[in-house]
Design a protein around this ligand. Structure first.
Ligand code: NI
Length: 129
């Protein structure tokens, strides 16, 4: 699988955008995912894509991390041709499913899944377009 994006947990999307624009990234409009309680913005710089994820409420998926370490990169996302097969393979290789596959607003309803590896931390998988 190839890397789709690098995910940053940020306290504030606009501050995150300004910092990454200083590094050459250009951003798409912010998307609100009210199911997950997060605001998301994708940026691109050459072949690299980043995703800023900011909390909209106390119990968002990034709130605990932000409280602990502040704004930080926290996952690499890989694009999958077959999410069922790839997730099963990773589970065989000792990855644990943190959040099972579910459609994501930020990906026009394509499914994403979050896994955890003791060796490398959080990994996200997204279905290819
Ligand atoms: Ni992501």
């Amino acid at each position: 699988m190839i890397i789709d994006h690098i995910g940053y947990a940020v306290e504030d999307v606009d501050d995150g955008k300004k910092a990454l624009e200083a590094l050459g990234f250009s951003f798409e409009p912010v998307v609100e995912d009210s199911d997950r309680g997060i605001r998301i913005a994708f940026g691109k710089h050459g072949e690299y894509r980043v995703e800023l994820v900011a909390p909209m409420r106390e119990n968002s998926p990034v709130s605990a991390l932000l409280k602990k370490v502040g704004s930080t990169p926290y996952h690499f996302c890989y694009a999958s041709d077959n999410i069922e097969t790839d997730v099963a393979e990773l589970v065989n290789r000792r990855f644990k499913v943190l959040i099972p596959p579910a459609p994501a607003v930020a990906f026009d309803g394509r499914r994403v899944v979050f896994l955890y590896s003791l060796a490398i931390g959080i990994v996200e998988i997204v279905e290819k377009e």
